[in-house]
Design a protein around this ligand. Structure first.
Ligand code: NDP
Length: 338
């Protein structure tokens, strides 16, 4: 209750008897800690996978996003309010793994990047210039091994990752087709993001036939965001020596038992390389990524669509919307002004 009484810009903690400046507590255990004011929180499909976190292979894969009686954990953009970290000071802007609350005390700052470029909207660091952007960049350039002129298919193409992958592929000179779940999304894929073609997968009774229509000569690269029946249909349409970058399988996240994929023999018939990847293994490339992306943004070579929900209290509903496609673009929750 008292948090809501804080004047917007003050970073003060007010209760009935006192106004206290928000500070990192004293004590050796808080050396290196920062106190953050959260500005934007990111809604990401992987947060749904918490029930499988015990299968994670790296420390970052094993983060628990939903723990009883604790705030949700997730990526966000924040302002440093107080710092006992040698490289961060009050007023700095950062992005990394924070919590779904107004102010967060962060004792492990390992996931955080300092934001040095503020001529772009800060919310971009939850998407285009943050984790989903890095996912698109690493997945496309490092995993897909793309070449000019190749035939590229992106599923969930209007999403945070998909819209960037499609545009990177266009910038490389590929032929790019995307699928998404509504006519409005399909129109934007073609008219704003410059995809060569796009289709509404929900209107296709036969996904194999739809892919044959858009790729009569077959698919060289499939950027997989969806899994299940879509993957099965894609396998039938891959070209010799095709590559499938397995980024995500959102159609399966709400199922206890995943849908069977029956066409895996096509991996052999077509000598396809199918490779799963995690963005967590590529953050060392973040400076290279910024060198590529910032000029693309400043020169308007990349377009970007966000779906911003106002207010922390509306965050959980925004997160749930991802799983029925009711987000249109990168889903972000705006918590405060900086
Ligand atoms: P999006 O912004 O694309 O949001 C999710 C979208 O998925 C929805 O808008 C919806 O779009 C689509 N969707 C939801 N349910 C289904 C379904 N049953 N079948 C088909 N499509 C569905 O999310 P992101 O771009 O952030 O993430 C895309 C994928 O990338 C996810 O699978 C995610 O888990 C993965 N990912 C993987 C990472 C990695 O390191 N490997 C890192 C980040 C993300 P529509 O209207 O088109 O149905």
């Amino acid at each position: 209750d008292y948090i809501s009484a804080i004047p917007e810009e003050s970073d003060m903690y007010v209760n009935n008897t006192a106004t206290i400046k928000l500070k990192v507590p004293a004590g050796d255990e808080f050396n290196g800690s920062v106190l953050l004011k959260n500005l934007y929180l990111s809604c990401d499909p992987y947060m749904r996978g918490v029930k499988h976190s015990d299968t994670g292979t790296t420390a970052q894969d094993r983060i628990v996003f939903f723990a009883p009686d604790s705030p949700i954990v997730g990526y966000g953009v924040s302002k440093v309010v107080d710092s006992r970290h040698p490289e961060l000071k009050a007023g700095d802007l950062v992005w990394g793994i924070t919590k779904w609350e107004q102010y967060s005390l962060i004792t492990n700052t390992q996931s955080f990047f300092k934001i040095n470029h503020t001529d772009v909207p800060l919310s971009y660091y939850t998407g285009l210039l943050g984790m989903p952007g890095m996912t698109a960049y690493a997945g496309f350039y490092q995993v897909c091994n793309p070449k000019k002129g190749e035939y590229v298919y992106v599923s969930s193409a209007f999403g945070a990752v998909g819209q960037i992958v499609g545009q990177l592929a266009k910038l490389m000179g590929c032929y790019v087709v995307g699928s998404a779940g509504s006519k409005e999304k399909v129109d934007i894929l073609k008219n704003k993001f410059g995809f060569d073609e796009a289709f509404n997968y929900k209107e296709e009774v036969d996904l194999n036939a739809a892919l044959k229509r858009y790729f009569p000569q077959g698919i060289d690269i499939y950027f997989e965001n969806v899994g299940g029946k879509m993957l099965d249909a894609v396998l039938l349409n891959m070209r010799l020596h095709g590559r499938i970058a397995v980024c995500g399988m959102i159609s399966q996240y709400n199922y206890e038992k995943h849908e069977g994929v029956t066409n895996l023999m096509h991996l052999i018939y077509k000598r396809i390389r199918m490779e799963g990847f995690s963005v967590n293994d590529f953050y060392h490339l973040y400076p290279n990524f910024l060198d590529v992306m910032l000029p693309f943004i400043r020169e308007a070579k990349i377009a970007y669509v966000e779906d911003i929900t106002q207010g922390l209290e509306n965050g959980p509903a925004a997160l749930v919307r991802l799983f029925s496609g009711r987000n249109a673009g990168k889903a972000v929750v705006a918590v405060a002004h900086h």
